[in-house]
Design a protein around this ligand. Structure first.
Ligand SMILES: Nc1ncnc2c1ncn2[C@@H]1O[C@H](COP(=O)(O)OP(=O)(O)OP(=O)(O)O)[C@@H](O)[C@H]1O
Length: 250
């Protein structure tokens, strides 16, 4: 589904990624891990269209998407969530999901007060769709709360609801468990599995090793800007190079 081929990224004299290649198979949950400074964030930003790499190619279903902007990638079925939650604080939870849907719809959410009947119908349709994704992520009871008043963990779920509402084929999550307590992390794990069961491929960059080992079928390990290993959780846990890289960090 997603193929990363020979990605190199230099920032001035720093080589953040050096000829990184791997494949993410459709239908599963893939974890991208690695010690601090391994290049995970840089890779994530390249794959999701924030950075243009110094060299290399990103293919989505065989199509070269290397230089495409995030909005374009979303229309091709690839969306991302952010580590630092980016919500519209003064809008309700429901409106936060609707805003994303409006970019697909015919009228803007702030369309004039003189709404045509077709606009009203569209608004209703978007509202129902947005509500569906709040139900999917388990936060429908918070639909009318201002996003600014959401507890942090619920904000993360809203981020995921917003991304899922775009009905992607592939969702990339940037450290989805960062800042969550153990109960919230468990809730997140079940949600990610539910997303996969709904037919959407998931890839996550994550520091929480327990979560990665628990839910991922495949793991890619980066170290010092290179692909150190790729395999199942068990293969990765037993890989001497991986163990050495993490011990070296501690
Ligand atoms: N904009 C930038 N300018 C210069 N150097 C950068 C930039 N972004 C990242 N780097 C460097 O590239 C390397 C990889 O950083 P990156 O943030 O991608 O690693 P990471 O695996 O995400 O680390 P962490 O787990 O600590 O978030 C580091 O040496 C970092 O200092």
């Amino acid at each position: 589904m997603l193929e990363v081929r020979g990605i190199t990224q230099r920032f001035g004299g720093v080589t953040a990624l050096d000829d990184v290649s791997f494949t993410i198979q459709g239908g599963g949950i893939t974890g991208i891990i690695g010690p601090n400074g391994a290049g995970k964030t840089t890779l994530f930003n390249i794959v999701t269209g924030i950075y243009t790499p110094t060299a290399g190619t990103v293919l989505l279903d065989g199509r070269n998407v290397t230089r495409l902007a995030p909005e374009k990638l979303a229309t091709l079925g690839m969306v991302r969530t952010f580590q630092n939650i980016e919500l519209f604080g003064k809008m309700t939870v429901l409106e936060n999901v609707m805003v994303g849907l409006h970019t697909k719809g015919k009228s803007g959410i702030f369309a004039s007060a003189l709404r045509a009947p077709w606009q009203m119908a569209e608004e209703r349709r978007l509202r129902e769709r947005a509500l569906h994704w709040l139900e999917f992520t388990g936060i429908a009871d918070l639909a009318d709360v201002d996003a600014a008043n959401l507890p942090f963990g619920k904000g993360r779920l809203l981020e995921i609801a917003r991304s899922m509402a775009l009905e992607p084929k592939l969702i990339l999550m940037d450290e989805p468990a960062a800042g969550l307590n153990s109960r919230e992390t468990l809730e997140l794990a079940r949600l990610i599995q539910k997303i996969r069961e709904s037919g959407v491929t998931v890839a996550l960059v994550e520091h929480d090793m327990e979560l990665v080992m628990d839910i991922c079928e495949a793991i890619v390990v980066l170290n010092l800007g290179r692909t150190l290993a790729q395999g199942t959780p068990r293969e990765i846990q037993e890989n001497p190079d991986v163990i050495a890289a993490y011990l070296g960090e501690g």
